[in-house]
Design a protein around this ligand. Sequence first.
Ligand code: NAG
Ligand code: NAG
Ligand code: NAG
Ligand code: NAG
Ligand code: NAG
Ligand code: NAG
Ligand code: NAG
Ligand code: NAG
Length: 479
Amino acid sequence: MVNQIPVPQAKYELLTDIRQPRWRTQVVCLTLTFLIVGVLFITRAWFGILVLRAPKADRFVEEQIDNAKIATWLRRARMYAESTKENQNADRNTSVGASEQYHRNATSQVIVCYYTIPWDLNTSGELSPSHIDPHICTHIIVGFASVVNSMLDIGDNAWVYKQVVALKNREPKLKVMISAGGNNELHDGFSEMVKTHANRKKFIRSVLNVTKTYHLDGFDVDWEFPAWIGADDREKIHFVQLLQELRKEFDRSGQKLLLTVAVAAPQAIVDQSYSVPEMAEHVDFVNLMSYDYHFYVWYFPVTDLNAPLFPRCTETGYLSTLNVNFSAQYWVAKGMPREKIVVGIPAYGHSYQLDNPSNHNLQAPASGFGKLGTKGFVNYSAVCQFLKSGAVSIFNKESRVPYTFKDREWISYDNEESIYYKSSWIRTSGFKGAMILSLNVDDWNGTCYGTNETFPLTRTISKGLFKESDSKPQMSIGL
Ligand SMILES: *[C@@H]1O[C@H](CO)[C@@H](O)[C@H](O)[C@H]1NC(C)=O
Ligand SMILES: *[C@@H]1O[C@H](CO)[C@@H](O)[C@H](O)[C@H]1NC(C)=O
Ligand SMILES: *[C@@H]1O[C@H](CO)[C@@H](O)[C@H](O)[C@H]1NC(C)=O
Ligand SMILES: *[C@@H]1O[C@H](CO)[C@@H](O)[C@H](O)[C@H]1NC(C)=O
Ligand SMILES: *[C@@H]1O[C@H](CO)[C@@H](O)[C@H](O)[C@H]1NC(C)=O
Ligand SMILES: *[C@@H]1O[C@H](CO)[C@@H](O)[C@H](O)[C@H]1NC(C)=O
Ligand SMILES: *[C@@H]1O[C@H](CO)[C@@H](O)[C@H](O)[C@H]1NC(C)=O
Ligand SMILES: *[C@@H]1O[C@H](CO)[C@@H](O)[C@H](O)[C@H]1NC(C)=O
């Protein structure tokens, strides 16, 4: 079109190649097409980087993620799935060395509870700080603050931190900590901050200011994950530098602050993201995110367990590493002392939609997230309602966790029985304690059993962790 201005050009027609205008049109068209495709591609890629940072993993990138908490959890679950996809056929050494001797100090064991600040806290459907029972956890970690311009940013949630800290009036031994990460990670706050000494210094100053201002007992780093897929490999070193500098300044501050890290469970991410022995020198303990081993993604469209304690005998190679026992032992083998490992337990389940309601075992074909929950994350109250509605529950003896199904809905979850097994195992294995994610998704309102018992899952942890004489489940390893 641009080139078709026939009248003035008419007299030059004989001098020019008659085919040139058409040829030019084609070039222009092609260029335009490339430009449009290019722009689309770059937009898509940036969108992927901003929202998920692993665009190739997923076809759900375009989905609106309106719930900040779920966005973070979804991102982690997808990274875990991605690590499985990349490694399931890789030739990895999946045997961990013989366990060292350990001391069992039951009295110093901890119950770490995450409390995620709800998006719409002032609506009645969400757990508010005043409804937390201060006696069921030894530590409450409130999250998530962001890292913005190399500063810890608590947004407009100051009153939430104050209210959680106020729980200490009712339970003086309770420790309340703040966690950074979560939502923030969608914006690369950590990557920018750890890069230079000056940025880290600025950040640490802001952390100390926040802990002092709000009388917090410590700081939890929830960076998911340093140096992972597409990120700078040096982040692994910068991360250790950050921990080292945090520890040094914490010790100098006289505030007696705890330093903890929420760490990945999958072997591949542990190898890529962490220098474990160096981390061990600086942290009080790590919170092992031993859940999301399986959840629905299109490239694994089969039902499987969210947080199995042990592998099933049919699981071999890398798949045999996707369980709590392996992850925790692997952290020990990599150099984290047992007494610094706090093992994570999910209070939520993962839902799937079955292809065929009559095929409802493990590894049954699934076509998406279940109807219950948000993006497959189901809180325990909803699981409980589902069970009451007549769903069948099966306890997988090998893995020590249950799953439940009805019609096309299938959910892998943790209940009192599995949590009792896990916390007893934590005690007998000499780990530091248990962490639960999160108080918000436990049945905090006590609607489940009609007994008004609040936080039934979190309460179960102390039964397994502290009561050595209680012999309800047989802990016969190798059942
Ligand atoms: C695998 O790693 C363990 C230590 O974690 C080591 O003892 C064992 O020899 C390794 N196996 C192979 C085949 O490299
Ligand atoms: C466990 O107890 C032993 C002996 O009482 C003590 O030396 C050790 O420091 C304790 N460990 C922890 C992590 O408290
Ligand atoms: C929510 O309630 C708390 C106190 O109950 C109040 O301090 C806060 O400003 C409220 N937040 C919003 C967004 O209304
Ligand atoms: C909490 O429980 C009460 C009654 O026990 C009920 O009326 C209320 O709707 C419940 N709230 C939520 C958010 O489940
Ligand atoms: C410390 O925190 C307070 C309250 O959030 C803030 O007003 C103040 O500017 C901070 N000071 C520094 C030095 O960051
Ligand atoms: C737990 O992990 C350890 C170390 O890998 C292993 O020796 C042990 O057999 C595992 N236990 C079970 C029941 O799989
Ligand atoms: C639990 O999940 C159900 C279904 O997704 C939702 O309706 C309910 O509000 C949630 N309850 C809590 C306490 O978050
Ligand atoms: C549970 O609480 C509700 C309202 O708080 C009360 O009406 C009901 O009687 C309680 N149920 C039990 C079993 O205590």
